[in-house]
Ligand binder design. Sequence first.
Ligand SMILES: *[C@@H]1O[C@H](CO)[C@@H](O)[C@H](O)[C@H]1NC(C)=O
Ligand SMILES: *[C@@H]1O[C@H](CO)[C@@H](O)[C@H](O)[C@H]1NC(C)=O
Length: 369
Amino acid sequence: METAIRLHLTVVAVILFAVTFASVRACPPSDLAALLAIKAALHEPHFGIFNSWTGTDCCHNWHGVSCDPETGRVADINLRGEAEDPIYEKNHRTGYMTGTISPAICRLTRLSSLTIADWKGITGEIPKCITTLPFLRIFDLMGNKISGQIPAGIGRLHRLTVLNFADNLISGPIPTSLTNLSSLMHLDLRNNKISGELPRDFGRLGMLSRALLSRNLIGGTIPSSIAQIYRLADLDLSLNQISGPIPPTIGKMAVLATLNLDSNKISGRIPPSLLVSGISNLNLSKNFLDGIIPDVFGPSSYFTVIDLSFNKLRGNIPKSIISASYIGHLDLSHNHLCGRIPAGSPFDHLEPSSFTYNDCLCGKPLKTC
Ligand SMILES: *[C@@H]1O[C@H](CO)[C@@H](O)[C@H](O)[C@H]1NC(C)=O
Ligand SMILES: *[C@@H]1O[C@H](CO)[C@@H](O)[C@H](O)[C@H]1NC(C)=O
């Protein structure tokens, strides 16, 4: 009898607990209101992705929304216009969405990941209050028509690991506070209208592995502090207005594999260190580099791409280039080089176009000397 009562009480307790648990774990009304305001500011005409944003439990079956099981708060918003999602394949088209990103998003104070990417038509500015979301780790608005500036207080998002605003219409400078993002690993601001200079203390971004800033209006010089970023593997500053020399210390970086500085106004000489570094993908094309190509190549020189075309380089092609362990694609065209093209295995497969438009180069694959 006593056992039966005890069992009964246990069952009641379990049910009560489950009910309490469920009500705590369901979408809190403030998060629900914020999501509905976000939905109201966006317009997605083709797939009806917001049709699932209905009812009161935003933590279950709302397309692209997920909650933290601990806190029951909205933790992730993941809306991508181009994905493997069957919703897109079935319709044989990619996503399109207009509207703006509502500042109501800043009321989702436990948000850890915010991706609203590749919708092509979303306009308006990045809500400034976004910098008050202390848990934000991933912030991806790539592939829209977002304009205005990067919020000046972006550096407050100290947990941020991914910042991707690529392919938008963002203008203005890179905020100086950005270099406070000590967890940032992936920075992609490609193809915007960002101007001003790179912060001098860019090198404080100690966790950065990819810095992709090409196709903007960035001027000034390359901060030498960049060379302090131990994990940086990919640096793309191409198609900007950058001037001044290449800091020689860049060639000493531990894991830098891709260095694209092409289509800028970079002057001075090619630092010898770049040619015997871990860099395998080097594009310095379309700058104002002068002087000679340093005669320092060796077995540690391994290049899938080395493009030095459209500069003001003089002198011979250095003989040491034959001792490089590999040269895939070489372009030395449109310079002022002269003399005999070295003969050797890294050069056997190269076409004349690698060497044309120089002052007086000769030998295979060009005409004999
Ligand atoms: C960077 O962070 C430090 C310390 O947290 C703070 O004092 C400083 O004002 C921040 N710098 C910027 C430019 O936000
Ligand atoms: C190097 O950069 C130039 C100018 O931006 C570009 O035209 C060229 O295709 C690039 N070279 C390679 C091998 O990608």
